[in-house]
Design a protein around this ligand. Structure first.
Ligand SMILES: C[S@@+](CC[C@H](N)C(=O)[O-])C[C@H]1O[C@@H](n2cnc3c(N)ncnc32)[C@H](O)[C@@H]1O
Length: 311
């Protein structure tokens, strides 16, 4: 099959843990360039089925063509959000499910989509351009200063979040933001690199992408929905690229693996209510890329894989 341009991250490790096998039914909620989907279909040959979706309909058409040319009806793809898995694939239960979060290399490399600060493009950053929704320009030109500062800090881990929010609000009063270059250059001017390798706008761009695509909300909803559609003994694998995403996945796993629940903020042992755990945590610590993978694919650098078994 011709290459999509996206190197699937932690592929070997994911396959070892979700174990695709003939006759199995699998779900890939973030099909992207189809690297993981391809491997799942290959390993589950001759009769495993892969259901998959992506909110980027443009990319999905290309990937579907490539996967269908090899696997035909064993590959069933839909345009849509993985948090809607129950509506996209009603009544289907899975032996294994995968979410490989964030953006694909194709999305980053298509400059006109505005994900990257290198080059000149409209500040868009929507993964799903068919579904409407706000763009990065809408956010940067309309959010209150405090709200901008919050998303830069929470979603980008930007330590200069307040300062940057203030500078952006001052600037947009003179000239609204339209392009990636306009924003990247302003940040670079006001927050010089001082020897750092990464571009000073990296964290702000990441924060805007997460906000534009409401990524954390979909992740929370998606995990809960997947829990309902994975068979007993089936596996859920999630690859994250951001500490906030990883925290959501880890907390989700901890909550459903416990054999009790408690009301409120504080866990008081006497007030626990017992229940059967719903998950088993397979990866106590998240799996990270090997040195070999890091050398071949620098974009894998912040990846973390967590895997759970539905009980
Ligand atoms: C890192 S890429 C996946 C790459 C893929 N595993 C491969 O091997 O080519 C992430 C993909 O997930 C999609 N995506 C992100 N959030 C999504 C969501 N909530 N629902 C559906 N697709 C989503 C993006 O559009 C992107 O194509």
């Amino acid at each position: 099959m011709e290459d999509s341009g996206h190197k699937p991250v932690l592929l070997k490790e994911t396959l070892e843990l979700i174990v695709p096998r003939p006759g199995g039914v699998f779900f890939d909620g973030t099909v992207g360039g189809g690297g993981h989907s391809y491997a799942i279909l290959r390993e589950s040959s001759p009769d495993g089925i892969l259901y998959g979706c992506d909110r980027d309909g443009e990319e999905l058409i290309r990937t579907e063509k490539r996967l269908k040319s090899v696997f035909r009806e064993r590959c069933q793809l839909r345009y849509g959000n993985y948090s809607e898995v129950k509506t996209l694939f009603p009544g289907i239960l899975f032996d294994g499910a995968l979410l490989d979060l964030g953006c694909s290399s194709m999305q980053m490399d298509q400059k006109e989509r505005g994900f990257s600060f290198s080059g000149e493009a409209v500040l868009d950053m929507r993964m799903d351009r068919q579904g409407g929704g706000v763009t990065a320009a809408d956010i940067i030109n309309s959010y209150e200063e405090e709200e901008l500062s919050r998303i830069f800090f929470e979603y980008g881990g930007e330590s200069q979040s307040r300062r940057l929010a203030r500078i952006i609000v001052q600037e947009r009063g003179q000239r609204p933001f339209r392009t990636t270059r306009q924003l990247a250059e302003l940040i670079e001017r006001r927050l010089p690199r001082r020897g750092k390798k990464i571009h000073p706008a990296t964290k702000v761009f990441q924060a805007l992408r997460i906000e534009v695509n409401t990524e954390f909300e979909h992740l929370r909803r998606g995990l809960e929905s997947l829990l309902e559609v994975i068979k007993s003994g089936g596996k859920l694998a999630v690859i994250t690229f951001h500490s906030g995403e990883d925290r959501i996945v880890k907390e989700f796993g901890k909550f459903w693996a416990r054999d009790y629940i408690f009301e409120g903020e504080v866990d008081i042992p006497e007030l626990r209510r017992w229940r059967s755990p719903v998950l088993r945590v397979i990866t106590r610590k998240p799996i990270e890329p090997s040195d070999e993978e890091l050398a071949k694919n620098p974009r894998s650098r912040s990846a973390k894989l967590r895997v759970y078994e539905k009980l």
